[in-house]
Ligand binder design. Structure first.
Ligand SMILES: NC(=O)c1ccc[n+]([C@@H]2O[C@H](COP(=O)([O-])OP(=O)(O)OC[C@H]3O[C@@H](n4cnc5c(N)ncnc54)[C@H](OP(=O)(O)O)[C@@H]3O)[C@@H](O)[C@H]2O)c1
Length: 250
């Protein structure tokens, strides 16, 4: 798999795409990029002010009016995810993709310093919430002619190592979820599920995990957007159950 070529400027026209973690970092960058490619984006995050800022930015640049869903993935129960899917259906009428970009992270520490409470949050936000949100939205996604679900993986979930703890475990399990769900959707050709691993990138999380790095020497978030657009759009409609490492592909 080579780095995708520039997608057609209107390749996401008519599509409705839900982006979690849309208030900052890669989620924000992807939501803006999807809107530029014609999508109507549904912005999900905890911080209403951040969502409003990106809502305004999309409108100011001539994009389709987004929807905003202030929502705490760590606090929701199954009914909450179902109500959220119902609200998306009611207001937007359709759903053609989900980018799961939200993530919880504490710090890099040995396991003996990590707490059960932290692990519960990491597993809930990074793993159980993507499962529950996707499950709740599946009926809507099944109605789309070409729906794409993207989980956001992590280099150190793909190859776990010391000090990455519950964060890496949650991201590692996302890869298992990708395989399981993708196999279960084998007959549902219009819904595909993949994991995208950004790799080193000048994003807010990277600054927490690698505070000593020079951010300007890293790939920038916009450099990764061809991957995000390609995997969400029609050019990847036959790509299913893959774990895609952006950095490895160049
Ligand atoms: N090496 C790699 O492969 C690599 C590198 C960088 C990032 N990543 C992954 O890429 C994704 C984006 O990372 P980023 O650097 O862009 O980080 P970021 O800016 O910190 O984005 C994370 C987002 O998740 C949201 N979030 C956290 N907890 C939430 C909750 N309980 N409910 C709803 N939203 C919640 C945050 O919203 P608030 O504003 O409310 O906190 C924030 O907008 C993550 O999944 C990360 O693991 C991977």
């Amino acid at each position: 798999m080579t780095k995708p070529a520039q997608a057609a400027p209107d390749c996401l026209q008519e599509r409705v795409i839900l982006v979690t973690g849309a208030g900052s970092g890669l989620g924000r960058e992807a939501a803006l990029t999807y809107a530029r490619h014609g999508a109507t984006v549904a912005l999900l995050g905890r911080n209403e002010k951040k969502l409003e800022a990106i809502y305004d930015e999309i409108l100011a640049s001539g994009g389709a009016e987004p929807a905003m869903f202030p929502f705490d993935l760590g606090a929701a129960d199954e009914g909450g995810f179902e109500r959220l899917a119902g609200t998306v259906s009611y207001h937007l009428k359709r759903l053609d993709g989900i980018l799961h970009s939200a993530a919880a992270f504490y710090s890099l520490t040995p396991l003996y310093l990590q707490t059960l409470e932290q692990w519960n949050t990491l597993m809930k936000v990074n793993l159980a919430a993507p499962f529950a949100l996707t499950k709740a939205c599946l009926p809507l996604l099944r109605e789309s002619p070409d729906a794409s679900v993207i989980f956001t993986g992590e280099t150190h979930g793909h190859k776990p190592g010391a000090y990455w703890g519950g964060y890496a475990v949650s991201k590692s399990a996302l890869e298992a979820l990708t395989t399981i769900l993708s196999e279960e959707l084998e007959q549902t050709l219009n819904v595909r599920v993949n994991t995208l691993i950004p790799g080193p990138v000048n994003s807010p999380l990277r600054r927490k995990t690698h505070p000593g790095e020079m951010p300007e020497q890293l790939p920038q978030m916009e450099d990764l957007m061809p991957w995000y657009v390609w995997l969400m759009g029609p050019d990847s409609s036959d790509v299913r159950g893959q774990i895609i490492e952006c950095a490895r592909q160049g």
